[in-house]
Ligand binder design. Structure first.
Ligand code: GLU
Length: 281
């Protein structure tokens, strides 16, 4: 079996130890399998992505000893691919425009009910206010949502294989569960060509990614990705969600944790092997 994986950072800040672990692990797994390691720049959010972060990210990854084929795919160049995936879903009647802002959604969701989740992997579970609106009615500021009920109605019984330690095994998608715990996810945002979920699925398929290696925080979103793969007739890769690197207090690292930025460690005289040791590789 071929093995193609990718590291897909968003250029919105410096790489920290958690990113280093993710990239090194994916690279090591590709190397062990005689496969390919790709870098993909996930710069869909133009308001936060900066070219200088991309330069620094590449510099940090090279310093860590990683390499990848150039040119790299940049999501900001892929608007046409996302638009044609949206067209396919629209043709199946699975999309609708939505003008609700956060306050509208909070108000429509009403009081919390016991046992009913309010948040899913895509944020607050959408109460469905705009669900009956036709796409043709889309206003300039509307987002596009997937009608999860309609999308899962004819779902065969998709499964995906997970090789990460926390969720090892085969996982099935449950239609009812997707409706109640994920809901109508956003597939296109204002000022962005697609949403993270749509772009990641379209790009993994276009780049022939066979193995997705990424942090455990994205395990829950994988159901959305596998569903989209089925709706768009795209292959489902194998998934490996790895443990998250945490700080001394047990909190997961975020981009703002500049103190743990790879560049900072490098400036302090640490070597790439020291970084490997710190993340347990
Ligand atoms: N761009 C995402 C991030 O920086 C990673 C997405 C993925 O690996 O699927 O968190």
């Amino acid at each position: 079996m071929t093995f193609t994986t990718r590291f897909a950072p968003s250029p919105t800040g410096p790489l920290h130890l958690g990113h280093a672990y993710s990239a090194l692990l994916a690279h090591d797994m590709a190397q062990a399998a005689g496969g390919t390691f790709l870098l993909r720049i996930e710069d869909l959010d133009r308001s936060r992505a900066r070219p200088e972060w991309e330069v620094q990210i590449k510099g940090d990854l090279r310093w860590l000893g990683l390499d990848w084929p150039e040119p790299v795919v940049r999501q900001s160049d892929r608007a046409d691919a996302y638009a044609s995936a949206l067209d396919r879903l629209a043709a199946r009647g699975l999309l609708y425009p939505c003008s609700c802002n956060r306050a509208d959604i909070g108000a429509a969701a009403g009081a919390p009910q016991e046992g009913v989740p309010r948040f899913g992997p895509d944020g607050r579970i959408y109460p469905g206010t705009c669900r009956d609106r036709p796409l043709a009615d889309r206003g300039p500021n509307d987002v596009i949502r997937l009608n999860m009920g309609a999308a899962t109605r004819a779902l065969p019984a998709p499964t995906f294989t997970e090789t990460g330690p926390a969720h090892l095994g085969t996982h099935g998608l449950d239609a009812q569960d997707l409706v109640t715990t994920v809901g109508d996810v956003i597939l296109e945002r204002r000022q962005m060509a697609g949403s993270y979920h749509l772009a990641v699925v379209v790009d993994d398929a276009a780049q022939g990614v066979t193995h997705v290696v990424r942090g455990e925080d994205l395990f829950d979103a994988t159901r959305i990705h596998v569903l989209l793969q089925h709706l768009l007739d795209l292959p489902t890769p194998q998934y490996h969600h790895h443990r998250l690197i945490r700080d001394e207090a047990g909190k997961r690292l975020a981009k703002r944790d500049d103190a743990r930025a790879i560049a900072r460690y490098r400036d302090d005289g640490l070597t790439p092997s020291d970084i490997r040791a710190r993340v347990g590789l």
